[in-house]
Design a protein around this ligand. Structure first.
Ligand code: SF4
Length: 64
């Protein structure tokens, strides 16, 4: 699985961190998403898919 994020699109809502905190974080200064792990392991795949689905502005892209 390959994950990318669009920080310009992110509105700092935080759902991705709640869904997959091993893969996503938020910048301290403005809450914009930070990608911690662009190649998450298989056991994190469902959480990452959930994060992408929950993002209100579709700023998370997942390639299987
Ligand atoms: S869920 Fe989307 S908008 Fe919210 S912090 Fe994560 S990437 Fe940004």
């Amino acid at each position: 699985m390959k994950v990318t994020v669009d920080q310009d699109r992110c509105v700092a809502s935080g759902q991705c961190v709640t869904a997959a905190m091993a893969v996503f974080d938020q910048r301290d200064e403005d809450g914009v998403v930070v990608l911690l792990d662009p190649n998450p392991s298989a056991e994190l795949a469902e959480d990452v898919r959930n994060a992408a689905a929950l993002c209100p502005v579709m700023a998370i892209m997942v390639e299987e």
